[in-house]
Design a protein around this ligand. Structure first.
Ligand SMILES: [Zn+2]
Length: 431
């Protein structure tokens, strides 16, 4: 599913998991390309997996793509998730069409599920990290091959930020922050859902890779797929296969499997990542922050220029805006400053929904009324929970825009997916 970037301990808020949770059975061995293609002759007209820019990298990382055909289906804008990884046919939100290829990570994530999740499936939802952690790991491997190592490192570092936020909001001692949560006694996997299996899973795999080396780990990855393809897998089976595979490696004696798999909280060991791309975002956020410390307006930073964001990925822009929002959590920016930022960076009408969402959040908090019609347009034109929920919450939280949130929701709720509508009702205090 969606490599959800904003993480809260709410069920299914932004990912593929709505689909995954309902699919209680692993893919059947008998399934092959023909079964995936009920339309027979039309198959030849479809997009071949080899046409997809990320497919070659996927095969390089994890071995042959075994599902024959691979298609992406753009769902209507009310689709409440980023993506869902049905075998052969991934569903995606139209908000991925930013026109700048900047959201390819979602496509990379979904195609990675062709190996992890769809080809090798977690035996129960307690082992969901074997679906999602591996998928995020492969997604970032693909990004690294397409965009370079710094991009991989940047996404990994951002993933750790997400993980920390998720663990803090769930509670560091809470069982749902274990890599393998205990769902015995009838706990609903949807209630346990969070960014933890995605990012703690990634973190663990990245740590293991660091111990044995990238080359050997990638060879292991392919052999793991060959060993468990068309089967289910548990964390203990993974551990047994991994430790047998690297049986002669003394550096693995340091791995405390019990703590990694079964202890709550943050991972026991810290990975280190390259921060070059994140630093650029942080520095720009600091400069805008310090030009308006009091929140009363003023001149833009002396060094700021309309070309500041040139060549940046959308995730870098989002980090810049989110960091600035974090710096201003107590004293919002003046709307004078947000208008100046827009003159510089033209953020009001960005084609990229991720950027627009983070930007509008900053403006709403700044009391910048110019953006409000644009915000309601965004709430009207798409129904992805990743954007709806934070925007509605931000509007609802401010006295000046609370009524706007309620009226807009009353007007639009029937156009949203029922799951989105339900989540928003609860966010806005209806239930
Ligand atoms: Zn996923």
């Amino acid at each position: 599913g969606d490599p959800c970037q904003v993480l809260l301990p709410v069920p299914r808020h932004a990912g593929c998991q709505g689909h995954v949770h309902r699919r209680r059975h692993r893919p059947r061995r008998a399934e092959g390309p023909d079964e995936c293609d009920p339309l027979g002759r039309r198959r030849a007209q479809g997009r071949r997996p080899q046409d997809l820019p990320v497919r070659a990298e996927g095969e390089e990382v994890a071995g042959p793509y075994l599902w024959g055909r691979y298609d992406l289906l753009l769902l209507p804008p009310s689709f409440p998730y980023g993506g869902m990884e049905n075998p052969c046919l991934t569903f995606v939100t139209p908000t991925l069409l930013a026109g700048d290829r900047s959201l390819a990570n979602v496509v990379a994530h979904e195609i990675a599920h062709s190996w992890f999740g769809n080809l090798i499936t977690n035996v129960t939802w307690e082992h969901f990290w074997l679906n999602e952690g591996w998928t995020v790991f492969m997604e970032r491997k693909i990004l690294g091959r397409v965009y370079g190592e710094k991009t991989l490192q940047f996404h990994a570092a951002m993933g750790y930020v997400d993980l920390r936020e998720a663990v803090d909001s769930i509670g560091r001692d809470h069982g749902f922050t274990r890599l393998v949560p205990d769902l015995s006694g009838g706990l609903d996997p949807d209630d346990a859902f969070s960014k933890v299996p995605y990012e703690k899973g990634f973190y663990f795999l990245y740590y293991l890779q660091g111990l044995v080396g990238v080359e050997d780990f990638e060879a292991f990855m392919k052999d793991y797929v060959q060993r468990f393809k068309f089967e289910t897998v548990s964390s203990e089976e993974f551990k047994a296969f991994f430790t047998a595979y690297f049986t002669s490696r003394t550096e693995l004696e340091a791995v405390d499997w019990d703590v990694w798999l079964y202890s709550p909280g943050l991972p026991p060991v810290e990975n280190s990542y390259d921060h070059t791309l994140a630093d650029a975002s942080m520095n720009l956020a600091k400069s805008w922050h310090t030009c308006d410390i009091m929140g009363i307006g003023g001149e833009p930073p002396k060094a700021a220029s309309p070309s500041d964001l040139d060549g940046w990925s959308s995730l870098q822009v989002v980090l810049f805006l989110d960091k600035l929002g974090e710096f201003r959590s107590m004293t919002p920016l003046s709307p004078v400053i947000t208008r100046k930022m827009n003159e510089f960076y033209k953020l009001d009408d960005s084609n990229n929904t991720e950027i627009r969402c983070s930007w509008y959040l900053l403006c709403i908090k700044a009391g910048d009324e110019t953006v409000l019609p644009k915000v309601t347009n965004l709430l009207r034109e798409q129904g992805r929970m990743k954007f709806l929920r934070p925007l509605y919450r931000a509007l609802f939280r401010s006295e000046a825009t609370k009524q706007l949130a309620l009226e807009t929701f009353a007007d639009l709720r029937d156009t949203y997916h029922p799951i989105a509508s339900k989540m928003l009702s609860s966010d806005l205090g209806f239930s």
